[in-house]
Design a protein around this ligand. Structure first.
Ligand code: NAD
Length: 332
């Protein structure tokens, strides 16, 4: 039985990846600085460890009797949506760089077979609408739009340097806007699809929701099940260097909002307000990951319908709890 370590298993994609690896028959250890907020972990073992500390990386990797993992999936990061990325630059660069530096160093030295690193399409420069697609090599000359992207680029290079000097196979995916159930949906770290689902779920039928920016920014979104399938295929493959994983359905922010509103069945109006939007346009060539037979199988409409349903349920539960707390009869 193959043994895998998932770093960031208490997070959104890490939680889904643990489930995927369990379905594939792995023995899985999950590590994170916190428990998963929305789901019971499916990992065989879960450890609370701060991976900014080198000794915690060694502890996470140690299976006893001098043994370690066949595969390590490094998804732990200090991250969030555009609002967080623009306000917490120092934390993002410091915390994520510490995790990535110490984890690849320990994994290479302890003798891990394969190491996966979760990078991001934030490593790319901004694009004009209608520009030809960028591929993996086009990340250079580098001009990421934010510090989160620069840290990812550095961590990619760090992992690839270790692969040149140690007997460790490194696989790197550049994720493109992942969304789905069991991800952060409030509190300031949520990403656009979750934030829009929350606003729509909380709005009255006939109400209005604020939308950051002018609604014209173009993105493609990747449903989490498709993303973890891509991660798994990439890890088993011989593909070298970073590989973009993401959907092909490019939509404007206004179209994304329209898809969420349709999923809700409500009549909702939008008001564009000032807010951090990030890049204006995206268009990526996915032929590298598609060479493995991978496709984003979930349409935006289908994926948003599932995500909206889950967030609507979270909103309903939270409002129910708040209602009970403020009731003159206390908890009912
Ligand atoms: P997430 O925030 O839900 O998961 C990251 C996890 O890392 C969290 O559970 C967090 O507690 C954990 N973590 C943070 N600091 C830690 C520490 N010091 N020690 C141990 N664990 C720590 O985010 P996610 O959306 O699941 O993203 C997973 C990875 O994918 C991240 O590396 C992220 O940068 C990358 N990524 C995500 C997206 C996306 O759209 N969600 C896009 C591009 C790249």
């Amino acid at each position: 039985m193959k043994r895998a370590l998932v770093c960031g298993a208490g997070g959104f994609i890490g939680g889904h990846l643990v489930k995927k690896l369990k379905r594939e028959g792995y023995w899985v250890r999950g590590v994170d600085i916190k428990e998963h907020e929305f789901a019971e972990t499916q990992a065989d073992e879960f450890r609370l460890l701060d991976l900014r500390e080198p000794h915690n990386c060694w502890e996470a990797l140690n299976l006893g009797n001098g043994e370690t993992f066949d595969e390590v999936y490094q998804l732990a990061a200090d991250m969030g949506g555009m609002g967080f990325i623009h306000t917490a630059e120092c934390d993002i660069m410091r915390n994520s760089a510490l995790i990535n530096n110490h984890m690849i160093d320990a994994a290479a030295k302890i003798g891990v077979g394969r190491y996966f690193f979760s990078s991001s399409v934030c490593v790319y420069r901004d694009m004009e609408p209608g520009e030809p697609a960028l591929d993996e090599d086009d990340a250079y000359p580098a001009l990421p739009d934010n510090e989160y992207g620069w840290e990812k680029l550095y961590a990619e290079r760090m992992a690839l340097a270790y692969a040149r000097h140690y007997p460790i196979e490194v696989r790197i995916a550049r994720f493109q806007n992942c969304y789905g159930p069991e991800g952060t949906w409030r509190g300031g770290r949520e990403k656009a699809p979750a934030a829009i689902c929350r606003k729509v779920a909380m709005a009255e039928d006939g109400g209005t929701i604020p939308v950051w920016g002018d609604g014209t920014a173009i993105r493609a979104y990747t449903y989490v099940d498709d993303l973890v399938e891509g991660v798994y295929l990439l890890m088993q493959s011989d593909l070298q260097g970073p590989t973009i994983i993401g959907g092909d359905e490019y939509v404007t922010v206004d179209e994304l909002v329209g898809t969420v509103i349709a999923a809700s069945g409500k009549e909702i109006k939008t008001e564009h307000v000032e807010g951090p939007v990030g890049v204006q346009a995206r268009n990526f060539d996915k032929s590298k990951i598609k060479s493995l037979g991978w496709e984003a199988e979930t349409s935006l409409r289908e994926g948003i319908a599932r995500t909206y349903q889950w967030i609507e349920e979270q909103v309903r539960q939270t409002q129910g709890e708040e209602g009970r707390r403020s009731s003159p009869f206390g908890r009912m």
